[in-house]
Design a protein around this ligand. Structure first.
Ligand code: GLP
Length: 262
């Protein structure tokens, strides 16, 4: 099962994951970080940017984003190309050529998934994959029903996901209907998974992902299949977990030889 770590808030989560990322890069300067979008990973990027300002060099680190909308121009401020550029590449001073986002442009979309899989494999796979979680239990844009073996492909977004993401667009109708996303099978190949979740709105999805049955109806439950998955949550997002006391006890008694996250 996933290791669950309850933190006081977003900043503590960001600091913890940034610290693990720094350790990863110290051992492997060209490590591959799996990049998530949405609000959730922002504290991690902020904490990493602070470390970069203090001298951490991420110039050789490589990145692969989880997903992208299909059918909005790359230059649209809400395309994940733009978001990754704004929130990750620039503040972390990554080399733009080292950072990849699935290609959601209509021309060539039939082969874009396969090309993305090839690029991840050519890079040697993802070392540390950051994940958020949708209120319907999706990771990346793997909506309920996604196969645990799925690879990067086009997915139709659910009504719920489009409503959740409407806040980023001028009007709910502007939210794209389709996305291209790493599959659950792609995500499970990463060597380390860290799923972050904050706020009461995520409590049900977190409980279903961590403690519910393995089911394609809750795509994030796929993390139960991963041997090295950590779930970092605040009190609100943790509030639906039945075994919360056990997770706190396990973390309080974490062996010294077992580092946090990595
Ligand atoms: C989007 C992204 C997911 C993200 C989810 C949650 O659907 N494709 O990768 O995890 O939203 O977003 P937020 O972190 O803003 O709650």
């Amino acid at each position: 099962m996933a290791e669950v770590i309850v933190v006081p808030g977003r900043d503590a989560a960001g600091a913890m994951v940034a610290e693990a990322t720094e350790r990863l890069v110290q051992g492997k300067p060209d490590a591959v970080l799996g990049l998530a979008t949405g609000d959730t990973p922002l504290p991690v990027y902020r904490a990493l940017a602070e470390r970069v300002r203090d001298g951490l060099d991420l110039g050789r680190m490589r990145g692969f984003a989880l997903d992208e909308y299909v059918g909005i121009p790359l230059a649209h401020p809400q395309s994940y190309h733009s978001v990754i550029e704004r929130e990750v590449v620039r503040p972390l001073r990554l080399a733009p050529a080292n950072v990849h986002v699935p290609d959601g442009r209509p021309i060539g979309i039939e082969t874009a998934g396969e090309r993305y899989e090839d690029a991840i494999l050519a890079a040697g796979g993802v070392d540390l994959q950051l994940l958020g979680i949708g209120t319907d239990g999706h990771i990346g844009f793997n909506e309920p029903g996604s196969s645990f073996a799925s690879l990067t492909r086009v997915k139709t977004l659910t009504r719920q996901t489009r409503a959740d993401n409407a806040r980023f667009f001028d009007s709910p109708d502007d939210v794209p209907v389709h996305s291209i996303t790493q599959g659950l099978g792609t995500i499970l190949r990463a060597r380390r998974l860290v799923l972050l979740a904050f706020g009461a709105g995520k409590a049900q999805a977190v409980a279903a992902a961590v403690e519910g049955p393995l089911t394609a109806s809750v795509p994030a439950s796929a993390i139960q299949l991963h041997p090295r998955a950590t779930v970092v949550v605040d009190e609100e997002a943790a509030s639906g977990l039945a075994e919360l006391e056990y997770y706190r006890h396990a973390f309080a008694n974490k062996p010294l030889w077992d580092p946090v996250i990595l």
